[in-house]
Design a protein around this ligand. Structure first.
Ligand code: OXD
Length: 306
């Protein structure tokens, strides 16, 4: 068995080192010098169709939590798909979301702006009262909900299946519609997997259900957001601020109108970053399980797309 890593644009030197340290006997090849006889592929934004060229593929593992880049490929049915679920990945997301939510609660942009003009102006604006709605309550969504609750925010989650999270009101799509859900929050965080059902879910119709001057934070995928609808929602007052970490086209082109929009904060897909040592350990464990015909860690239901 050998492993091929296909993650153009990502530095995977550390990942290869960790795999070799953990299992010196394993052969690892890296795109564009990947070996097509590999039985495991670790992928991130792989060139479309490339996976179908592998002849002995048994497992495709995402290098992150998301798997939409794998699920859209036409893979033979027997090929298994897995992803990285890791406390470090969730912690990284928790810190990012806490930072962004507190930034908005405390009107931090005002002080950043006042810094630039040497202005000492305390208490210019009251703290914002935020009621937070999280779309998607998987591992990350639940961790984020707990941490925001611990920061004393009122937190609600919305997901396919209802979750039990202490202190957090959890709703499922059979309890209420997504529009009713968002009408009760003024800070909406998207942590959904990208599937045909959730693509374009952040659209003007949904934004119109938000109370005026709401905040949008998208850390899931660019494909969730209808970009022109965000401008419309800002212009019509439904959204006052948006923080975006993910985009339809990454890297975001320098001429994209999101840049320099005073109500939009951009980060370059850094909200949560895979710990390569943990990723190597998960893939090698699955490598062993595959050989022993055991069920895999964090296997993905390819029909559901997560
Ligand atoms: C992921 C990501 O899916 O970083 O892990 O976006």
């Amino acid at each position: 068995m050998s492993i091929a890593i296909i993650a153009p644009g990502r530095n995977t030197v550390e990942l290869v080192e960790h795999i070799h340290n953990m299992d010196p006997g394993i052969e690892v090849s890296v795109y564009p010098n990947h070996k097509l006889d590999a039985s495991i592929a670790i992928v991130w934004n792989q060139p479309e169709g490339l996976l179908t060229e592998f002849k002995n593929l048994e497992l495709v593992s995402s290098l992150g939590a998301g798997v939409e880049h794998i699920c859209r490929e036409e893979l033979a049915e027997q090929i298994k798909v897995s992803r990285i679920v890791d406390p470090d990945l969730s912690n990284s997301m928790v810190k990012y979301i806490n930072l962004v939510v507190l930034h908005y609660q405390k009107n931090f942009q005002l002080y950043l702006d006042n810094n630039k003009i040497n202005q000492w102006k305390p208490f210019e604006k009251p703290e914002r009262e935020l009621k937070i709605g999280i779309l998607g309550a998987g591992e990350m969504g639940q961790e984020v909900a707990i941490s925001l609750y611990n920061l004393e925010f009122e937190v609600l989650t919305y997901s396919n299946t209802k979750k039990e999270i202490t202190g957090v009101q959890s709703y499922s799509s059979s309890d209420l519609t997504i529009s009713d859900f968002v009408s009760g929050v003024n800070c909406l965080i998207c942590l959904l997997p990208l599937t045909p059902k959730t693509e374009n879910i952040l659209n003007f119709g949904l934004f119109q259900s938000l109370p005026k001057s709401s905040i949008l934070i998208n850390v899931a995928r660019g494909g969730h957001l209808v970009e022109e609808d965000l401008f419309k929602a800002i212009e019509s007052g439904y959204i006052s601020d948006a923080c975006l970490d993910v985009f339809r086209e990454e890297p975001l082109s320098a001429s994209h109108p999101f840049w320099n929009h005073e109500n939009i904060l951009i980060t370059p897909h850094i909200a949560s970053i895979t710990n390569q040592k943990n990723a190597a350990a998960i893939v090698l464990e699955n490598f062993k399980r595959l050989k022993n015909n055991q069920s895999l860690l964090f296997e993905v239901d390819r029909q559901k797309g997560y």
